[in-house]
Design a protein around this ligand. Structure first.
Ligand code: G3H
Length: 478
């Protein structure tokens, strides 16, 4: 066990005055691995006030300079990929290679954001008054995009680095300051990432990172009067945050139950490969994981066999060994997943493999003949368990997809592009992938959920726009 990692504000790494810490349990060993400071509300106040002050001069810093610093941070982040990835392996049991990919992807995101920012923020608009009835050309309206102020970024455990920078970089390029509250598991990886930004030379106070217990500082942060925008990715907590937050822009991504609809004319090998990749990568702990396969009855036997054969090849074990399936993030998460599996068992789903669990490690499991009365048909396991529901018509599949409270992504496998587009139009989700598993990236694509899956749209361009306001100056001629 290492010492207690410090939190960061005003350009300095600090110990909390609470004298308390939060322990990060390694999901693989189930033993304490790291500790971070348990910050107090008083410290949150100081952090937010410092961020508020630092933002004022940052907003006046030329756009090209802001971009330059972001490019620097991106390069340092990539240089530091090994130690950061190592934290991801220990804190969230992300397979070693995927952990490195997360950091590299994050560096790319930061650079892209710098480039996109100088383009879209470097442009304004000029409107003339005489296009509206009754007006002469006596008014010229100049518009530009101005920052919001202090942006609060709250990423989830599954991408503590990537889903942090996807909020930090757009906020900074747009002239905002950042207060980051990382998830407990993933906090040390996030602190390392923040250090990369610090090394890049951003002004003091512009980026802060507070750690601690949600119960102590969660509401205090999200309801803080000096916070001007919240960008949150996670679970149900987002719903309560959005109810309590003040009159500020919110960006929320709160999970999904992404459906995969497989038609009779689908390329079944392609579908099977994507179901396995979509359903089981990072052990199903992705909001965009395939969480239910809706398969036409006539091809279901063949497809299930193909998926089963691929599941049998997945390696199960430690993230250090780069296994496909690694322990899920906490014991309570493993218990929740087990609850869904037991419910399906009781209600007679077909188990394509034997259910097996050791500690937080759950072997990949495909459940066939799942029926709508089973919890797994509707709930998000966030684990390596995938239900298959057999359908007799496309309408039945669309109906199941749309009956969900979630509406993040979905996918459809067919060789008939016309059908695919009609199905995409009918699915009430933020994105539909044709002939591929759901996924957020590439990171400049728009990313949004309908219904309980979220508020607003992410993706680099949308996030930059969301973290700005339009300001107009009108020139009135005599
Ligand atoms: O967990 C939610 C993430 O936004 C999903 O990202 O599709 O790149 O895995 P991903």
């Amino acid at each position: 066990e290492n010492g207690v990692y410090k939190f960061f504000y005003d350009g300095v790494w600090r110990k909390s005055s609470s004298g308390k810490s939060v322990t990060i349990i390694n999901p693989t060993t189930r033993k304490p691995h790291f500790r971070v400071q348990a910050c107090t509300q008083e410290e949150v106040n100081k952090v937010v006030e410092t961020a508020k002050l630092a933002q004022k001069s940052w907003a006046k810093t030329p756009l090209w300079k802001r971009a330059e610093l972001l490019h620097k941070a991106a390069a340092i982040l990539k240089e530091q990929k090994a130690p950061i990835a190592e934290c991801l392996v220990k804190e969230i049991a992300k397979p070693a290679k995927d952990a490195v990919t997360e950091v590299v992807r994050s560096g790319d995101l930061v650079s892209y954001c710098a480039e996109e920012g100088v383009r879209i923020l470097g442009e304004g608009k000029l409107l003339v008054s005489d296009s509206f009835p009754g007006n002469e050309r006596t008014k010229y309206c100049l518009t530009s995009k101005i920052p919001l102020g202090v942006v609060l970024a709250i990423p989830p455990f599954n991408y503590p680095v990537n889903l942090a920078v996807s909020k930090i970089a757009p906020a900074l390029i747009a002239g905002n300051s950042i207060v980051l509250k990382p998830p407990t598991q993933g906090a040390v990886a996030a602190l390392h990432m923040v250090h990369c930004f610090h090394l890049a030379g951003f002004p003091k106070g512009l980026i802060s990172c507070v750690t601690g217990k949600g119960s102590e500082i969660g509401d205090f942060l999200t309801m803080h009067p000096s916070i001007n925008c919240i960008s949150f990715t996670g679970g149900d907590t987002g719903i309560s945050i959005s109810k309590k937050a003040g009159m500020i822009p919110l960006q929320m991504e709160l999970g999904g139950k992404d459906a995969c609809i497989i038609l009779e004319d689908a390329d079944l090998d392609l579908a099977a490969a994507n179901i396995v990749k979509g359903g089981f990568s990072y052990s199903g702990q992705r909001c965009t994981a395939v969480k239910v396969a809706l398969v036409m009855e006539s091809v279901a036997d063949t497809l299930v066999e193909k998926v089963k054969a691929k599941v049998a090849k997945l390696t199960v074990g430690a993230p250090e060994d780069d296994c496909d399936i690694t322990p899920v993030v906490t014991e309570s998460s493993a218990n929740f997943i087990e609850g869904l599996v037991m419910d399906a068992k009781q209600k007679a789903a077909t188990f394509c493999q034997e259910y097996k669990r050791e500690g937080n490690l759950i072997w990949p499991l495909l459940l066939d003949n799942v029926l709508p009365d089973m919890r797994i048909a509707w709930e998000e396991p966030f684990g390596p368990v995938l239900p298959v529901i057999r359908i007799n018509s496309v309408e039945e599949g669309i109906h199941h997809c749309n009956a969900s409270n979630f509406g993040l992504q979905g996918c459809v496998f067919t060789r008939d592009i016309n059908k695919a587009i009609l199905i995409s139009d009918a699915m009430e989700t933020g994105t539909v992938q044709i002939n591929s598993a759901p996924s957020r990236g590439p990171d400049h694509f728009p990313f949004q959920g309908l219904k309980d899956s979220g508020i607003g749209s992410q993706g680099i361009t949308n996030s930059i726009n969301m973290m700005t306001k339009i300001k107009s100056t009108v020139i009135n001629l005599p």
